[in-house]
Ligand binder design. Structure first.
Ligand code: SF4
Ligand code: MG
Length: 323
């Protein structure tokens, strides 16, 4: 199969200003070398603790932020530095579903207008009736009643609002959807309904997903492959079964060991408790970003930054243990 998205050594550094003259006094390395690809029709889960750079990675693919370095290839086109009309075209093909449907939708706007807004933006000459029909159909596909069109976002529950957000993301028939924690603000009881909806829509609309989440059971449910992030780096990428059954990076091993056995492919595993806190991305450790907490760290881990390497077929790991 062909890759729809290729992200290579992506970096996103933000200057830190300080002092009387607001000079640049440092650099936050929010994303510091992220590499992965996503095949057409696939779901890649991106997982890691909050602050590890997964949202920033998603936003820089959509170019809501401009990458500091690296490249993003989408549909065989280098989109790392595109601007103007080209960027506008790409934003038609890549849509985002946000974490908080309360914050991302205007509660005082009619749902019909929320969902048709992107269509109006891109197809200025589209007939009103035609557009309305399209929007009605979208509302139906995401499981909302037809009269939702005339209601306001504030009249809906959290799960329904996320359905509105999904309908809006689908309005331009994108190829890639970046879903950034799409269910973490929702009640547990409605989370799986929204996840199942995303799965159904994937087949129906030929979608490819970058699915960002911190909850490993949610990621497991959704993903074909999983990328694990730590402190701005992707430290392991593999199909989900390898990640859960045979995690190779010491950080992935610790993450998986914390998942309760029931959802752990029935494997008994010793819980690995990491010492210390995640270091600040403003002052990340030299060498391997994980060396300050890694139970298997060696002397050279503080001086050599390991690169992602294919250690087993399809399983890429950034750790000196496998050199
Ligand atoms: Fe641990 Fe060293 Fe591997 Fe980093 S490179 S994960 S510190 S063993
Ligand atoms: Mg799927």
């Amino acid at each position: 199969t062909q890759n729809l998205l290729e992200v290579k050594d992506l970096k996103m550094h933000f200057p830190v200003k300080g002092g009387f003259f607001r000079r640049t006094i440092g650099n936050v390395k929010a994303v510091d070398g992220v590499t992965f690809d996503i095949k057409k029709g696939e779901t890649l889960g991106l997982v890691g603790e909050s602050g590890c750079g997964k949202s920033t990675t998603g936003r820089s693919i959509l170019r809501l932020l401009n990458p500091s370095a690296g490249s993003v290839i989408f549909d065989d086109q280098d989109i790392t530095n595109v601007n103007g009309k080209k960027l506008r075209d790409i934003r038609k093909d890549i849509q985002m579903v946000f974490q908080d449907p309360y914050a991302s939708l205007n509660p005082m706007q009619m749902v019909g207008n929320i969902v048709s807004e992107p269509i109006k933006n891109y197809y200025k000459n589209k007939k009103e009736e035609e557009m309305k029909e399209e929007v009605m159909e979208l509302l139906n596909k995401v499981g909302l009643p037809e009269d939702a069109y005339y209601k306001y976002a504030h009249e809906f529950s959290g799960g329904q609002r996320q359905r509105i957000g999904i309908a809006r993301a689908l309005a331009l028939r994108p190829k890639l959807i970046i879903a950034d924690e799409p269910v973490s603000a929702l009640d547990v009881s409605v989370q799986s309904q929204v996840l199942n909806l995303l799965n159904e829509l994937q087949d129906e609309f030929d979608l490819t997903y970058l699915f960002i989440a911190h909850d490993l059971s949610v990621v497991k449910h959704m993903s074909d492959r999983i990328g694990v992030m730590y402190l701005g780096n992707v430290v392991e990428v593999a199909d989900k079964h390898s990640i859960y059954k045979d995690p190779l990076h010491p950080y992935t091993q610790a993450l998986i060991s914390a998942v309760p056995d029931a959802s752990n492919f029935g494997q008994k595993r010793e819980r690995i408790v990491l010492q210390g806190d995640v270091p600040s991305p403003e002052n990340p450790p030299s060498g391997c970003p994980f060396h300050t907490r890694c139970p298997k760290a060696m002397d050279k881990c503080s001086s050599i930054k390991p690169q992602l390497k294919e250690v087993k077929p399809g399983q890429h790991v950034a750790c000196i243990l496998y050199d």
